[in-house]
Design a binder for this molecule. Structure first.
Ligand code: C2O
Ligand code: CU
Length: 438
């Protein structure tokens, strides 16, 4: 009797140990899923057949590896710098603690060659984001220090048949594969002569089924793209941050820094192209295969309307900022925002944490400017007094020539959040200021 008792007790002890062991491994593997290492190093790409163009890449991939995270679950990324210039990593569109924002001399010291830095933050919103160096951004992003991020909300996954990331970019190189000058005197920023999807010229994207989800990011220094999905309708389900009330377009325009999450319904292969008034260039070929399984009803995401208080519309702007450029005798072409420019007259605009903040932006000149505000999510209230096409939470927005745009947000997260043009040459030539949340 005594023996049987001992056997039973030992079996119980062993089982609970084994159970604890398995629990442990499950926990570890989920943790590992949210830990990444990004090593910046020199590499090369064969943009022109037979010729190698030197690049900077994260983990020898261009674009860098896809980072996947979940809302409310910490993501940690160890950044290592193995190139000969300092770097940082900025998490474009993410709301995070200011010291994780990756802006050299503003939120951190740049990561010196040979050094590393651990970025840790808890994603708040689902959506499509991207990461890129913020040191000599116009050069390091062009040379390849950029990659995609997807943040999922496990309670709102979309049952599409296929799911692809499209990083749309261009690169300016000559026939010998050399970069054109990185100087800043391009009135409209640096336009590339080669158009890239996921780092390649005219790649084939393999998908299968009927409902295709594309998470699209424009990482070009200056170019806005029009995207035509073989004449199919495009249902937009997300803009920059989170989901939106779905709406349909024939041609989707995406400006530098912006992201779109879309669904295209088709069972036939098609060309993804970039139509302009003068040309229509094929960017990629989307090869659609038969579905591997038969699906149930397809449904779009559930949107919980989350809006700003209605007084956002009627209140006076907290700040009015004009955008303009001028020629300076010593600096050359200089761009400014709100009377400030980062070269000779940097400055900041203070706002209070938790306070509804409204900014009126007017573009006084001929060049459109795609602005980007770090660390906040805003709504576009109006464009020239009219309701805007965009309805979601944004961190990037185009301001056309002569246009006046009102945006508003609840200021979140203490610290200095830079606000700049995402034509990276304009930002480098002064069109960068900051909003300090106190
Ligand atoms: Cu994607 Cu401050 O930039
Ligand atoms: Cu600009």
């Amino acid at each position: 009797m005594k023996n049987i008792f001992i056997v039973i007790v030992s079996i119980l002890i062993i089982t609970s140990f084994t159970f604890a062991f398995f629990q442990e491994t499950i926990n570890n593997s989920t943790n590992n899923d949210n830990q990444y290492t990004l090593v910046a190093s020199q590499s090369s790409q064969e943009y022109i057949p037979g010729i190698l163009t030197p690049t900077y890449e994260f983990n020898k991939e261009l674009p860098g590896p896809l980072i996947k995270g979940e809302i409310n679950k910490e993501l940690s990324v160890l950044a290592k710098n193995n190139i000969h210039e300092p770097i940082t990593i900025h998490w474009h569109g993410m709301q995070l603690p200011n010291e994780m924002d990756g802006v050299p001399d503003v939120t951190q010291e740049a990561i010196k060659p040979g050094d590393s830095f651990l970025y840790r933050f808890i994603p708040k919103n689902p959506g499509v984001y991207w990461y890129h160096s913020h040191v000599d951004t116009h050069k390091q992003v062009e040379m390849g220090l950029q990659g995609p991020i997807i943040i999922e909300d496990p309670d709102n996954l979309i049952p599409a048949d296929s799911d692809s990331v499209l990083v749309i970019d261009d690169v300016a190189i000559d026939n010998e594969g050399k970069y054109s000058s990185f100087d800043l005197n391009y009135m409209h920023g640096r336009y590339g002569n080669l158009l890239l999807v996921n780092g390649q010229r005219n790649p084939t994207i393999e998908v299968s089924g009927q409902f295709h989800r594309f998470r699209i990011i424009n990482t070009a220094n200056a170019r806005s793209f029009n995207l035509d999905f073989g004449g199919n309708n495009v249902t937009v389900i997300g803009e920059d941050i989170g989901f939106v009330q779905p709406y349909t377009k024939r041609v989707l325009t995406i400006h530098p820094g912006e992201r779109y999450d879309v669904i295209v319904e088709t069972t036939s292969s098609f060309a993804l192209s970039y139509p302009t008034s003068r040309s229509n260039t094929q960017l990629a070929y989307v090869s659609v295969q038969e579905p591997e399984y038969s699906r149930e009803e397809f449904s779009l995401p559930q949107i919980e309307e989350e809006n700003l208080p209605p007084e956002a519309i009627t209140m006076e702007p907290t700040y009015v900022m004009n955008l303009r450029g001028f020629r300076d005798a010593t600096q050359g072409l200089v761009w400014e925002i709100g009377g400030k420019n980062s070269l000779t007259n940097p400055g900041t605009f203070e706002v209070k944490e938790g306070e509804l903040t409204k900014i009126r932006l007017t573009n006084l000149q001929g060049q459109p400017h795609p602005l980007h505000l770090h660390g906040q999510k805003f709504k576009i209230l109006s464009r020239n007094g009219k309701e805007p096409a965009e309805n979601g939470w944004k961190d990037s927005l185009m301001i056309g020539s002569g246009e006046t745009v009102d945006i508003a947000f609840i200021a979140e997260g203490e610290g200095k959040w830079v606000f700049h043009c995402h034509i990276l040459e304009h930002a480098r030539a002064g069109m960068l200021t900051s909003i300090t949340v106190k």
